[in-house]
Write a protein that binds this ligand. Structure first.
Ligand SMILES: [Zn+2]
Length: 395
């Protein structure tokens, strides 16, 4: 929305904030403070097996307090807090926006790092080294900094905005997001749309993920005729097992051929990998972890077409911030996003990290300061556009 007034012969063009508005640039001092807060969070030891959840929650709560967000700490499992931050919209009856990030990180073996993994060392190129820079402490701070700037500019969201900072994503989320989405506290948020973590992109296009892959574990138990090892006979357990493994390998090759030929992305085929071999008591079992459909019976994917109004808003907000978006992808692994999709809530995986090598779970994980700062502006656009969406789209 723009408003022109004439006063004393001068024309003032006031650009008032509305959905899709481009974020204002930061001063050098703002940038310094934003990077310092990111480094402070990175220095909290949140790696498994003993993540400092109390330290992370205390730091993030103090940030939320300074921004003026409502703070609620939930604990579905003792010692595993979940921090829920909220900014009430002017129409709380509309479904809300949820920004999700996990508190925990995977371990880091410091002997393989050029700078200690919890030092958040920033080199002369602006690269900030720390476990969690990409996965996914950057987005937590970017959400908060974007909200801080929006508050500073007296933005007023129509829809309520919530930020959930959840434990245990890296170890499956059973005591984290899985319990959260099943809780009455979650139901009361009336969430209409979720942004969760994505991945870095080596090109200048941001990546966006509309589904996670489903992990299934298949246990094959082979049985067969017994016999002495010196004797030739058919149908032994080991022979039967090998036939089964060969069939799986043939299937794996056929899937891999599609990837090698460029017909499918690595995340669009069924990957199968033998991971463990053990002798034992035979009981045929197929273990499937997690459902493949949501509570309404639809597949666990978030539409990235005109049928999903959130998608259009998301796309527009990305271009309004000067960003480019790659073709929507299925994530090659799993994140907490699957729990929200299981509830039937449209959820996109997104981390604004263009021109950045994918280093999640890798040694020397880093994020450049300029990429981090640009991400804050991207989230300002996204949050203002999504929270200003005035149509009553149900969950
Ligand atoms: Zn992650």
């Amino acid at each position: 929305m723009s408003l022109t007034t004439v006063a004393g012969g001068f024309i003032f063009l006031l650009l008032l904030f509305s959905s899709g508005a481009v974020a204002i640039g930061f001063s050098l001092e703002d940038e310094k403070a934003q990077i310092e807060r990111f480094q402070q969070y990175l220095r909290i030891q949140t790696a498994h097996p003993n993540p400092d959840y109390a330290g992370a929650v205390s730091f993030l709560s103090s940030q939320a307090r300074s921004i003026g967000l409502k703070i609620l700490t939930l604990e579905f499992t003792p010692g595993k807090p979940l921090l829920l931050l909220s900014w009430a919209g002017t129409d709380p009856s509309l479904p809300s926006i949820l920004l999700n990030s996990h508190l925990d990180s995977v371990p880091a073996d410091s002997s393989h790092w050029i700078h200690p993994p919890f030092s958040a060392y920033r080199d002369s190129d602006g690269r900030i080294f720390a476990r969690g820079t990409q996965d996914d402490k950057s987005i937590a701070i970017q959400y908060l900094e974007a909200l801080r700037n929006l508050k500073g500019r007296r933005f007023s969201p129509l829809r309520s905005i919530h930020v959930s900072l959840v434990p245990d994503e890296e170890i499956g989320g059973a005591d984290g997001n899985e319990k959260f989405v099943a809780s009455k506290e979650f139901r009361m948020l009336n969430v209409g749309f979720v942004l969760d973590e994505g991945q870095a992109s080596p090109t200048d296009e941001f990546r966006v993920f509309y589904a996670d892959r489903l992990p299934w574990s298949l246990i094959v138990n082979a049985v067969g005729a017994p016999g002495h090892g010196s004797k030739m006979y058919d149908g032994s357990a080991a022979e039967n097992l090998m036939e089964c493994v060969e069939a799986i390998v043939r299937f794996r090759d056929s899937q891999f051929d599609l990837v090698k030929a460029g017909i499918r992305a690595g995340s669009e085929v069924i990957s199968v990998n033998p991971v463990y071999l053990k002798a034992g008591t035979p009981t045929p079992t197929l273990t499937q972890k997690g459902p493949s459909r949501d509570v309404t019976g639809r597949p666990l994917v978030t539409p990235t077409n005109a049928s999903n109004p959130w998608w259009s808003i998301f796309k527009q907000a990305i271009s309004a911030s000067g960003g480019k978006l790659g073709k929507p992808e299925i994530l090659s692994s799993t994140t907490d996003a699957r729990f929200m999709r299981q509830m039937g809530i449209p959820t996109l995986g997104f981390s604004p990290m263009a021109n950045t090598p994918v280093l999640l779970h890798d040694h020397n994980e880093f994020l450049k300061d300029t990429v981090f700062l640009n991400g804050i502006k991207v989230y300002e656009n996204l949050i203002s556009a999504l929270s200003s969406f005035d149509s009553d789209v149900g969950v």
